[in-house]
Design a protein around this ligand. Structure first.
Ligand code: KG4
Ligand code: ZN
Length: 353
């Protein structure tokens, strides 16, 4: 045990020393519908960032259209780079990190090609980063007091998982959705209520004036003795309810939104409680787009007093997709095991890092 922990410390010291030699990491994120670039400096933190969101473009189709996403990344990425750099000279960048998965393959390939071009032109190292690892590590950028290990609830349009973040590179998925992601369920229910895409924020807004007890929607797997979740049955239950209503007026919509949101949050809170009990961790992080939901924030915050834990929320711009988290993770990685072959992949589970 002693030798193992000594070896780990030695590796950490080596990586830190190495990181100092590569002060500025430029991160590129194009895995879905955000074109983002940020520069992380080992001493100063994030010193430049820019993001272009494609949400408006995809809204009229009710979801992300992969080919449109790729083309838009292609046409915006140079402008995003210039905005992120502002007065930072491109020549001062020491290495490039980019999201190589998971995500839309066509979109990832745009980021990868751009990253390869920059690294070749500047003759600097290139590092492929896992997007999920970016989300998991992002709170460490903002909260200097936060130490690993901690529990992370990652809830976005594509992912719903509870992860035990033990140390950099060591992540155990304690539980995840067996079907729809939480954000996906919010978006589908929003569609049933004729709300715009992406629907999560609209559901939250409607729910404020609704009665969360008006409809008794199911809380799937809430009592299962594991940390897995399921949201597809809940979504279907909302659909059957909506189909039976002749006059779907604003009051009814608010009640449905509030009842649905309350069912989702009940499940998430219960699973977080179980995760804390199972692991004895004292810090919980909520990340991903759904972390913007104030009702979810409030309910999980309530756990602080009762369970003696600290709950952290990354600021909104770092909850959703961003390049700062990619630059940050890249800054902590040694480039030596990577070559210039294509690493982009649509699927890249955390346990295959
Ligand atoms: O992390 P994100 O920006 O993109 C990825 O999916 O990677 O997450 C977007 C998701 C969408 O499904 C959106 O409806 C949901 O997060 N979302 C919300 C809220 N804001 C965004 N869901 C519930 N309440 C919100 N306030
Ligand atoms: Zn994401």
């Amino acid at each position: 045990v002693f030798i193992k922990s000594f070896a780990k410390k030695l590796i950490k010291a080596f990586i830190n020393f190495f990181a100092k030699l590569f002060m500025k990491t430029l991160g590129i994120e194009t895995s879905c519908d955000e074109t983002a670039i940020a520069i992380y400096d080992c001493e100063e933190g994030i010193i430049g960032e820019s993001i272009h969101s494609q949400i408006e473009m995809h809204a009229e189709y009710g979801g992300v259209v992969p080919e449109l996403a790729s083309r838009d990344h292609c046409s915006k990425i140079v402008e995003v780079l210039n905005n992120a750099l502002d007065d930072i000279p491109l020549e001062s960048i020491d290495k490039i990190a980019y999201t190589s998965g998971p995500g839309l393959l066509g979109a990832l390939l745009i980021g990868e090609s751009f990253a390869q071009g920059l690294s070749t032109a500047l003759k600097i190292p290139l590092i492929p980063v896992n997007h999920l690892e970016g989300h998991l590590m992002s709170p460490m950028m903002e909260f200097s007091e936060l130490q690993m290990p901690f529990i992370c609830l990652l809830v976005s349009g594509g992912h719903s998982m509870i992860v035990d973040v033990k140390e950099k590179g060591e992540y155990e998925i304690l539980g995840q959705s067996q079907d729809d992601a939480v954000g996906e369920a919010f978006d589908k229910v929003a569609k049933m209520l004729d709300l715009p895409y992406p629907g999560g924020p609209y559901i939250e807004k409607l729910a404020v004036s609704g009665n969360p007890k008006a409809y008794d929607f199911p809380r799937p797997m809430i009592n299962s003795n594991n940390l897995d979740m399921s949201f597809s049955g809940l979504k279907t239950s909302v659909l059957y309810t909506v189909q039976k209503i002749d006059d779907l007026n604003d009051n009814i919509k608010s009640d449905i939104a509030a009842s649905f949101q309350s069912a989702v949050v009940d499940v998430l809170v219960e699973k977080i409680k179980k995760a804390v009990k199972l692991t004895n961790r004292s810090s919980v992080i909520i990340a991903g787009g759904v972390a913007a939901n104030n009702f979810l924030r409030k309910e999980i915050k309530n756990l602080e007093d009762k369970n003696g834990i600290s709950v952290y929320y990354p600021s909104m711009k770092y909850c959703t997709d961003n390049a700062a988290m990619i630059a940050f993770v890249g800054s902590k990685m040694s480039h030596e095991k990577y070559d210039n072959k294509s690493n982009a992949r649509a699927r890249w589970p955390l346990n295959e890092l």
